[in-house]
Design a protein around this ligand. Structure first.
Ligand code: 5AD
Ligand code: SF4
Length: 444
């Protein structure tokens, strides 16, 4: 019998891409391929790419060059995901050793496209399919502690900096019943935590049910202990959604709420559709309903036209809100997006943007450091996720998304543990197991 051909997929970008890679691997393994962990010697190498910033694309270009030198002569290289969608046939012209370019809606044809490529047929498949949710695919999951479940694809917001509506097309949601069925399967496979994914996940609507219905339905699937969802848009936090969060005990006390800027003027130019006050009000409504809520965010600095005063408003918004953490980015101009058509004179020089980025990082860190030192001695329930990078420790997470490192054997991965925080770097924590006695109040 001939050995099964092998496939290696390298993933860039967001969790949606990680989830897409799981679907692609599921599809290809059921079509006769074996998944391998390294590109060396693989018959098929796919890079599942991101287009959100130029840097993300440059990394892929660099990687393609590297693979060209190391690939075996008869292996096939493909580029999938957002950069594939954005560049389409241009990528085939630019990189002659790439034979497949497949956008996020093209994975159904993956086995036949890959088979074709192995026979020498080069293709770019970048048609959108607004019905596509890969409903009949069985994902091959990387993580066996928490399951990432896509519930919505595409995006209908048109933020002026963002390439995603171009690379992932219009918004569409999976049926609630299909998401519940996948959740039940995840529990049957031994997982207790689920993260629902969508570009603006709280605008989920399947024609009948909204995200409030979905949180209640998924959150009460027997066996589910923790439910998260990411990333929401502030404008889609209806009272119904907030009530569903507050009233569903499995929904965790953490929301990743992208702010992007604290300046109303900049937010307007970004077409975020909320003001600084609107964002603050959203935060206040969430915190009123879920008092222990922890917030993280995304922020862009150096958006065209951002003045020092605008940036100062971003810093003050961060101080006012007290994010536990922030993903911070320098604006990156993406071909075809409205922000690239703003006047040249408004572009923020790179050194100015870099300096703002540093001040922002320092501000967010200083705030969360103070809070984190205050947590020394508090007790939390953590889910053990994986071995920590450091020493013999394990890495666990609290419901509110803090990372705590604890001593313990790898066999504990996937289980819950009560711990007391014994140390902090200001960012992550170390903890020691404690008995879970009802008399002891649990923080978090
Ligand atoms: N430049 C910089 N950052 C961007 N993001 C999205 N588009 C851009 C861009 N053109 C950031 C936003 C978003 C996160 C995923 O990436 O903060 O929330
Ligand atoms: Fe994810 Fe956006 Fe990057 Fe696509 S462009 S991989 S949707 S972050």
């Amino acid at each position: 019998m001939l050995p099964r051909p092998t496939v290696f997929i390298e993933t860039y970008g967001c969790q949606m891409n990680v989830s897409d890679t799981e679907l692609m691997l599921g599809k290809l393994t059921s079509a006769g391929y074996d998944a391998v962990d390294v590109p060396d010697g693989a018959d098929v190498i796919l890079l599942n790419t991101c287009a959100i910033r130029d840097h993300a694309e440059q990394r892929v270009i660099g990687r393609l060059g590297e693979l060209k030198r190391h690939m075996k002569p008869d292996s096939v290289i493909g580029v999938t995901g957002c950069m594939a969608q954005r560049l389409g046939p241009r990528l085939l012209e630019q990189a002659k050793h790439v034979s497949l370019v497949i956008g996020p809606d093209g994975y159904r044809e993956l086995p036949s496209l890959v088979d074709g490529a192995r026979r020498g047929v080069r293709v770019a498949a970048t048609r959108f399919d607004l019905e596509e949710h890969y409903e009949d695919f069985t994902p091959r999951r990387f993580d066996n502690v928490k399951a990432w479940i896509p519930v919505q694809r595409g995006c209908d917001y048109k933020c002026t900096y963002c390439i995603v509506p171009t690379t992932r097309g219009s918004e569409r949601s999976r049926k609630l019943a299909d998401v519940v069925r996948e959740t039940q399967q995840v529990v049957a496979d031994g997982m207790t935590e689920v993260v629902l994914l969508g570009q603006t996940v709280n605008s989920y609507f399947d024609g009948t049910h909204d995200i409030a219905d979905l949180l209640r339905a998924v959150g009460t699937v027997p066996g589910i202990r923790r439910l998260r969802y990411t990333s929401p848009h502030p404008n889609d936090f209806s009272d119904r959604v907030i009530a569903a969060m507050a009233e569903t005990p499995t929904v965790c006390e953490h929301v990743h709420l992208p702010m992007q800027s604290g300046s109303t003027r900049t937010l307007k130019r970004m077409l975020r559709r909320y003001t600084r006050d609107g964002f603050m009000e959203c935060v206040a409504r969430l915190r009123a309903a879920i008092p222990k809520l922890v917030l993280t965010t995304d922020i862009i600095v150096g958006f065209p036209g951002e003045t020092e005063d605008d940036f100062a408003e971003t810093l003050s918004a961060c101080r006012e809100i007290g994010f536990m953490d922030a993903f911070t980015f320098k604006f990156s101009a993406r071909e075809g997006t409205p922000a690239t058509r703003m006047p040249e004179s408004e572009m923020v020089p790179d050194d100015v943007a870099g300096e703002r980025l540093q001040r922002l990082v320092d501000t967010v860190r200083a705030m969360s450091r103070d809070v984190n030192f205050g947590l020394l001695g508090s007790r939390h329930e953590i889910l053990i996720e994986k071995p920590a990078k450091r020493g013999e420790l394990l890495q666990g997470r609290t419901r509110d998304y803090r990372t705590i490192l604890v001593p313990g054997d790898k066999s504990l991965i996937g289980s819950y543990m009560h711990v007391e925080i014994t140390g902090t770097t200001g960012h992550t924590f170390t903890g020691a197991p404690v008995a879970n006695r009802m008399a002891l109040p649990l923080a978090g």
